[in-house]
Design a protein around this ligand. Structure first.
Ligand code: IPE
Ligand code: IPE
Ligand code: MG
Length: 250
């Protein structure tokens, strides 16, 4: 039986709350351009972008989307000016510390993926603390990709597989897609069903390059600080109309 309240209308289209992506991933782009357009420093865009993160998490909780992965900082973002990097690192730390109670209250399990050990100690302590204190939560799994690169992740997977071979824990003949998957940072997660990129660029920018093999893409021109719940609904409505074929015949 279909429960009518599970439907919502947006611009005359039906949003079906029974047909949601299980794993939603977002490349949160356009903070800098949002600020520049307003004549503000780029840092203002990042600060405003943090507010969008809260809104999107709330939407995922309301819609019962069980897994959300957010791309917060890439392994290539170290190429940016030092002051911007410092601002971002401080912002991550400030926001994470501030949100601790909300994460616990809302039954959110937070998890960080990336080369975390290359990040400053104090940020690492905050991240460890949050992962530990939310590890039993199960309403929403929130993955934050920070100092994350898809290629770096594959390099790290190669290293851990090579180590297991050297230690005679696995044999080269056993290597298959499943073994590679199991050595990625995302080993315990299903691949994303829907990937949203804000700010219009039609590229992957080294995000989850293994995992998005059959992910559905949605690119919106909206800058991340302006991304609203309706924009999310619009992306999901479009996702719901797609026919996923995985190379097969439907
Ligand atoms: C996304 O916004 C945030 C991060 C990459 C940390 P940008 O800072 O990339 O914004 P644009 O692309 O310059 O507008
Ligand atoms: C991707 O955005 C990284 C994050 C959103 C964290 P970028 O702004 O770094 O990507 P490019 O440089 O436009 O490819
Ligand atoms: Mg960008």
């Amino acid at each position: 039986m279909v429960i009518i309240s599970n439907y919502k209308r947006y611009k005359n289209e039906i949003f079906d709350k029974n047909k949601l992506p299980k794993h939603l991933a977002i490349i949160m782009d356009g903070n800098g351009r949002w600020a520049e357009k307003k004549g503000l420093p780029r840092s203002a865009g990042h600060r405003e972008g943090a507010k969008t993160v809260r809104r999107v998490i709330t939407s995922c909780l309301n819609f019962n989307i069980p897994i959300l992965t957010l791309f917060a900082f890439s392994t290539e973002n170290w190429k940016r000016p030092k002051n911007e990097i410092n601002y971002l690192i401080k912002l991550f730390e400030r926001v994470l510390n501030k949100e601790k109670e909300n994460l616990i209250k809302n039954n959110i399990k937070i998890n960080f993926i990336g080369r975390l050990n290359e990040l400053p100690n104090s940020l690492n302590e905050t991240m460890n603390e949050l992962s530990k204190s939310t590890r039993k939560n199960n309403k929403l799994i929130l993955n934050i990709a920070i100092n994350y690169g898809g290629r770096a992740e594959i390099v790290d997977a190669f290293k851990s597989i090579a180590l297991k071979i050297v230690e005679n824990k696995i044999d080269i003949k056993e290597i298959n897609e499943n073994i590679i998957k199991n050595n990625l940072y995302t080993h315990n997660l299903p691949d994303p069903d829907l990937l949203i990129r804000t700010a219009g660029e039609m590229r992957i920018s080294n995000f989850m390059i293994w995992q998005v093999a059959y992910t559905e893409f949605w690119v919106t021109p909206i800058f991340w600080p302006d991304f609203s719940e309706n924009n999310l609904v619009e992306a999901i409505i479009n996702f719901q109309k797609r026919v996923r074929k995985y190379g097969g015949k439907v």
